[in-house]
Design a binder for this molecule. Sequence first.
Ligand code: S3P
Length: 171
Amino acid sequence: MNNEKRIALTGFMGVGKSSVARHLSYLLRCERIDLDDVIENGERRRIAQIIDSDGVEAYRGIETANLKEVLLKTNIRILSLGGGTWTMPENRDLIRSHGLTSIWLESTFGHCWNNIHFSKKDRPLARNKAAARKLFDERQELYCLADWHFIVKPDRTSYDVARQIIEEVFS
Ligand code: S3P
C-alpha cells in the first residue's frame, strides 16, 4: 500500500467528490480538505455569493489562489476539488507540479443532475438543467486529462468507490 500518495478528486458537480474524499480519508487515516470549503471559510462568503456578486472569472482567481495554498500543505493527502477547478489549465499544472495524482469521478449527467437538484448546496453554474448539461458536455474532454478515471454508478455507494480507488490507485 502506497500511503504517501496525494490525490485530487475531480468530476462534475453532484458526482460525489466530497463524499468519496471523506471515505478515502477515513479508510486511509489521512487528512483531507475540500477546496470549496476552504474558499468559503477564507472568503467568509458562500461560493454562490462570490459568483453572483463578483462573477465567475473573479471566482476562478480566488479558487486558484486557494488551490495554491492548499497544495503547500503536504499533510493533506486527499483534496476534493470544485467541479470547475480541473478545467483551468493553470490549476491542472499546479496539481501535477505538486505531485498529486488526479482522479476523475465520472457519472452520467442524469445522476449528477439528480444529486444537484436534490442537494441543499446552491450551485450558481447549475441552476437550470440546460446550463448544467452544456457545462457537463463541454467538460468531459478536460476531465479526461486526469491520471485515473473511475465510473460512479447509482447502485454503488461513495464508500464502494473509495474502496475501489484504494485497491487500484494505492496498491
Ligand atoms: C463549480 C462547482 C462547485 C463550486 C462552484 C463552481 C463548477 O463545486 O466550486 O459552484 O464550476 O463546476 P462542486 O463540484 O463541489 O459542486
